[in-house]
Design a protein around this ligand. Structure first.
Ligand code: HAM
Length: 412
C-alpha cells in the first residue's frame, strides 16, 4: 500500500477513532493468527470461510494455526480469556487491521483485506443493536458517502428456540426442490441450508424466492426484540430496508443481522459492512452465556464506494511551510529554522538534495506549502528570514527567532 492510498487509510482510521470514541468504544489489538479451533468453533465448520477460505498451516510446534479471516472470534476468545465481561460486565471494543481469506480475487475481494469493526459484549437489549447499526451508518456518512448511494438491509435470524425448527423447514424445502437447485444448494440442505439464500445461480434465486421466511416463524421473544430494534432505528430516522432473506455468511449470528450495500462502484462485491448479534458465541468457547453483537466493514470496498460517489478524502498537506535556501552557505541556518518550525507544531519540509532555489519553490508547490521561508546570505546578515505567501506572492521579512510565531500567525 503506497503513500497515496495509505494516507487515505489513515484518514479512514482517524474518522473511525473519533466517531467510535463518541459512542464509548475502546481499541484492542488481537493477534494476526490464532489456534485454528478458535475460528472453526466460532464461525462454523459449514461456512464458506471455514470450509474453503482459511489460511491454515502447521507451525514448527505441530500446532494448527490460522491467519484470522475476521475479528469477532478473536475478540470473543480474548474477552473470555481475560475476563472482560466477568461478573456480568459490558465491554465495548473496536479493532482494525488485515484479515485473510482464500477467496477468488476480483474487484473489492482480495485475499488480504483491511477491516475495522466493533463488538459489544454483555449487552442484550435492543438499544445496543440500534446503537451498533447507527454507528456503522454514521461512519459511512462521516466519510461522505451519500445516504442515497447506500442500502441498509436488516433481518432477524431468530434464536435457539425458533431457528432449529425453521432450519429443518428450509432443509425440507431444498430437498423437495432438489431438481431445480444447483448441486451445492442440494448439499447445503444437510450442512448449512440458510446459505442457499445466498446462491447467485439464477435458478436457485428463483426457487429460494419462494422459500418460507424466518420472519414468519420467529418466536415471540425474537419477534419482540426485532420490532424493538426497528422502532429505535425508526426514531432516529436510520433508513433500513427489511430483507427477510439476508442470512450472512457466518454461523454465529442470532437475532439481528444487517448489512450495508452500495450500488455503484463494486459490482457483485457490494457489501461494504455488516454484522449482527451472536448471543451464543461466548458459550461456544466454554464461557458463561454472554450476549454480544458488532459489525465489521472493509476499507478496500469502502474506498471504492467513496470513489464511485466522487468523495475525496481531504488531502493532508505534506508541508504547510517549505524552508528554502538561497545557497549552501546558509544550510545550517535553514536546517535550524526548519526544526524550530517543526518544534512549534508546523508541518515543515526542506531540501536534502542540493536543488536550485527555483526547483525548491517548485517542490514547495508540489507539497502544497502555503508559505516558503527563504534564507539567504542577505537575510542571514540581518538575522532575518523572508516569509513568502505562496497564494498572494506577498513577501515580508521577519526576525529569524520570530519565524515560528510569524508563520503560526500567518497560517491562522
Ligand atoms: P463479513 O461480512 O464477513 O463480516 O465482513 C465484513 C466486511 O469485510 C464486508 O462487508 C466487506 O466489506 C469486508 N470483506 C470481507 N471479505 C472481504 C474480502 N475478501 N475482500 C475485501 N473485503 C472483504 C465479518 O467479518 C464479521 N466479523 C462482522 C461482525 C462483527 N459481526 C459481528 N461482529
Amino acid at each position: 500500500m503506497l503513500p497515496d492510498v495509505a494516507r487515505v487509510w489513515e484518514y479512514m482510521q482517524r474518522v473511525a477513532q473519533e466517531l467510535f470514541a463518541l459512542y464509548g468504544y475502546e481499541p484492542v489489538y488481537t493477534p494476526l493468527f490464532e489456534h485454528t479451533d478458535v475460528f472453526t468453533r466460532g464461525i462454523g465448520e459449514a461456512t464458506d470461510i471455514v470450509s474453503k477460505e482459511m489460511y491454515t498451516f502447521e507451525d514448527k510446534g505441530g500446532r494448527s494455526i490460522t491467519l484470522r479471516p475476521e475479528g469477532t472470534a478473536s475478540v470473543v476468545r480474548s474477552a473470555l480469556e481475560h475476563g472482560l465481561t466477568a461478573n456480568g460486565g459490558q465491554a465495548k471494543i473496536y479493532y482494525s487491521g488485515p484479515m485473510f481469506r482464500y477467496e477468488r480475487p476480483q474487484k473489492g475481494r482480495m485475499r488480504q483485506f483491511w477491516q475495522i469493526g466493533v463488538e459489544v459484549l454483555g449487552a442484550a437489549e435492543s438499544t445496543a443493536d440500534a446503537e451498533v447499526i447507527t454507528l456503522l451508518w454514521r461512519y459511512f456518512e462521516a466519510l461522505g458517502i451519500p445516504a442515497s448511494n447506500m442500502r441498509l438491509l436488516l433481518n432477524s435470524m431468530g434464536d435457539g428456540s425458533c431457528r432449529p425448527r425453521y432450519r429443518e423447514k428450509i432443509a425440507a424445502f431444498i430437498r423437495s426442490h432438489g431438481a431445480e437447485l444447483c448441486e451445492e444448494c442440494n448439499h447445503r440442505a444437510d450442512t448449512n441450508p440458510f446459505r442457499a439464500f445466498d446462491c447467485k445461480n439464477p435458478g436457485c434465486v428463483a426457487v429460494m424466492g419462494r422459500a418460507p421466511l424466518l420472519r414468519d416463524e420467529l418466536c415471540d421473544a425474537c419477534a419482540a426484540h426485532y420490532a424493538s430494534v426497528r422502532s429505535h432505528l425508526d426514531a432516529l430516522g436510520i433508513p433500513y430496508v427489511e430483507e427477510p432473506k439476508l442470512v450472512r455468511g457466518l454461523d454465529y449470528y442470532t437475532r439481528t443481522v444487517f448489512e450495508v450495500q452500495v450500488d455503484a462502484g463494486l459490482g457483485s462485491q457490494n457489501g461494504i459492512g455488516g454484522g449482527g448479534r451472536y448471543d451464543r458465541l461466548m458459550e461456544e468457547y466454554g464461557g458463561p452465556a454472554t450476549p454480544g453483537l458488532g459489525f465489521a466493514l472493509g476499507f478496500e470496498r469502502t474506498l471504492l464506494a467513496m470513489e464511485a460517489a466522487g468523495v475525496k478524502a481531504p488531502g493532508l498537506a505534506l508541508a504547510e511551510v517549505f524552508v528554502a535556501r538561497v545557497d549552501d552557505s546558509v544550510t545550517a541556518e535553514v536546517f535550524a529554522v526548519a526544526q524550530s518550525l517543526r518544534d512549534a507544531g508546523i508541518a515543515t519540509e526542506l531540501d536534502h538534495q542540493g536543488r536550485s532555489l527555483k526547483s525548491q519553490f517548485k517542490q514547495a508547490d508540489r507539497l502544497g506549502a502555503r508559505f516558503v521561508v527563504v534564507v539567504g546570505p542577505d537575510e542571514l546578515a540581518a538575522g532575518e528570514v523572508t516569509l513568502r505567501d505562496m497564494t498572494t506572492k506577498e513577501e515580508n521579512r521577519v526576525a529569524m527567532d520570530a519565524a515560528p510565531a510569524a508563520v503560526a500567525a500567518a497560517l491562522g
